[in-house]
Design a protein around this ligand. Structure first.
Ligand code: BMA
Length: 330
């Protein structure tokens, strides 16, 4: 039995048992999608977002594709991690001195992590072109932008929830400004969350057919006594379409630049209508995981660049599946 370490354990985790006879490692919530379209007067669609337990509710930062077509970030709240209310005014960031910063052209795909008592938001932002931005908040009211960790173009940042050997660590996927037909997962380190370096490639695309053109980090890594559980996305380029699936790997707990196991099978791939049909057809894009008791996992993913969806698994099922289908040992 793998044990989750240092996670915020959610007591009222949304949950459904796996159906008898289902042999797949991840199963969908029967009432998906949990957030449908026309969310409020500003946001037409929300997906690829991050949230955490906060007081007696869940609070997070949501990607909102607005009625102008521009994507911005919005604070969202929920009592049960199933029904969410998003603010109608987007987040306006301040600098380290508390001075308002001009809004950027767009921001998207936020992940949220509790680290050393503060909440960090890691998202794609416009800084001459697209790159990863890190912002910090204590109250989900004031959001302070830190220095950009990477030059453009870079996306899909996932900050680890604690320092490892005295260093902050982040996953990133260098890219171009379009829907790049390339993408690998790198890990970088920083002593102060300002200067990032020691970049290491940890996964190159095409370790399996389902990630033939690109792979990238997903939600915030989950620490277990067997290593860091990292959910990923991978992209297959078939004859007329990109297909985004969910995958997973296990990184060494003391040195996450080392990949212990990498799963050759995807964990979830577009099958349901809400995944195969929408603005971008055939997209399953995980960005958030809540951890419950006994290693239960509620995995939140964007589908078809339209909806927020939920799926379930447990740490044991995922880790056993990764080991059983490990491609590094072949
Ligand atoms: C990725 C990101 C995501 C999006 C996905 C599918 O590159 O831009 O925001 O969900 O493509 O379109």
């Amino acid at each position: 039995m793998a044990k989750v370490v240092n996670a915020q354990i959610v007591k009222n985790l949304p949950w459904e048992d796996r159906k008898e006879g289902d042999f797949l490692p991840v199963w969908r919530y029967s009432k998906n999608p949990i957030i449908k379209r026309n969310v409020n007067r500003t946001v037409e669609r929300t997906f690829n977002s991050g949230f955490v337990p906060f007081g007696d509710e869940f609070v997070g930062v949501f990607r909102g594709d607005t009625y102008t077509g521009i994507y911005k970030l919005f604070v969202g709240r929920s009592k049960d991690a199933l029904n969410f209310t998003l603010e109608e005014e987007p987040i306006h960031f301040v600098d380290k001195n508390g001075n308002p910063l001009p809004d950027t052209r767009f921001s998207y795909d936020p992940r949220v992590v509790l680290l050393e008592g503060s909440y960090y938001i890691i998202f794609a932002d416009y800084f001459a072109d697209v790159t990863i931005c890190i912002a910090k908040t204590d109250d989900f009211k004031t959001f302070t932008k830190l220095e950009y960790p990477f030059l453009p173009n870079c996306r899909n940042g996932a900050l680890f929830p604690r320092k490892i050997n005295g260093k902050y660590m982040i996953l990133a996927r260098p890219s171009d400004n379009a829907s790049s037909l390339f993408g690998n997962i790198f890990i970088s380190e920083s002593y102060d969350m300002e200067y990032w370096g020691h970049h290491r490639l940890i996964a190159r695309n095409n370790w399996a057919n389902w990630n033939g053109v690109k792979c990238g980090g997903g939600p915030i890594p989950i620490e277990t006594d067997e290593g860091w559980l990292v959910f990923t996305h991978g992209v297959l380029f078939n004859c007329n379409n990109l297909v985004y699936s969910m995958g997973a790997m296990l990184l060494d707990r003391d040195d996450p630049t080392k990949v212990l196991y990498n799963c050759e099978n995807f964990l979830l791939t577009p099958q349901e209508l809400y995944e195969t049909t929408g603005h971008t057809p055939n997209v399953v894009f995980p960005t958030n995981v809540l951890v419950g008791e006994n290693g239960k996992l509620a995995i939140y993913y964007g589908s078809a660049d339209c909806y927020t969806c939920l799926a379930f698994s447990t740490v044991d099922i995922i880790i056993d599946y990764i080991k059983e289908h490990d491609c590094l040992s072949k």
